[in-house]
Write a protein that binds this ligand. Sequence first.
Ligand code: COA
Length: 161
Amino acid sequence: MEKRNAIYPGTFDPITLGHLDIITRATKIFDCVIIAIAAKSNKELLFTLDERVYLTKIVTKHLSNIKVIAFNDLIAKFAKVHNVNVLIRGLRILTDFEYEIQLTHMNRYISPTLESIFFMTSKEFSFISSSLVKEVAYYGGDVSSLIPNSVNKALTAKIKI
Ligand code: COA
C-alpha cells in the first residue's frame, strides 16, 4: 500500500507544546510526518536554524515516524522534492484561519496537487505562540508548562546571553 506522508512546516522558534500536540496527533494518522523547519522568516528569530532543528529533534525523539528537515525554499517546492502532497497546519484561533486561507491558496497556486489539512490545536494550547512564550520568558515569567523542558532550558540560557 502507498505510504501516506505529510509535512508539518513552521519556523519553530522555538517548538512549543502546542506544536508537539499537533505533531503527536499527526503521527497517528500518517505513516511519516516531516517537520520542515524554515530557515528564514519575516519575524526576527531568536534561535539559529541549527538550534531549532536540534531542539525539535530532541523533543520528538520518542516518535518513530517523524523526520526533522531544515529548508530554505518555497514549501511547495520542498514538498515536491520529498514527493509529499499533504501539508499539515494547526488552527488555534479565528485569525489563524484567515491567514491559513491565504497560505493554502498560494501553495495550491504554486503546486495544484498540494493539499493542506488542518488540526484544531488542543484547547489548553490555543493561546500559545512562540513569540508570546519568548516574551513572557524574557521578562522572567514561567513558561515551563507551555514548552518542553529541554526547550525551556535552552530558552533560559539564550535569554541570559
Ligand atoms: N501551537 C502553538 N503555537 C502555534 C501552533 C500550535 N499548534 N500553530 C502555530 N503556532 C504559532 C507559531 O509558533 C508561530 O508563532 P510566532 O508567530 O509567535 O512565531 C505562529 O503560530 C505562526 O505559526 P505558523 O503559521 O506556522 O508560521 P511560521 O512562521 O512558524 O511558519 C511557514 C510559516 C514557514 C510555514 C511559511 O512561512 C512557509 O511556508 N515559508 C516558506 C516559504 C514559502 O513557501 N512561502 C510562501 C508560503 S504560501
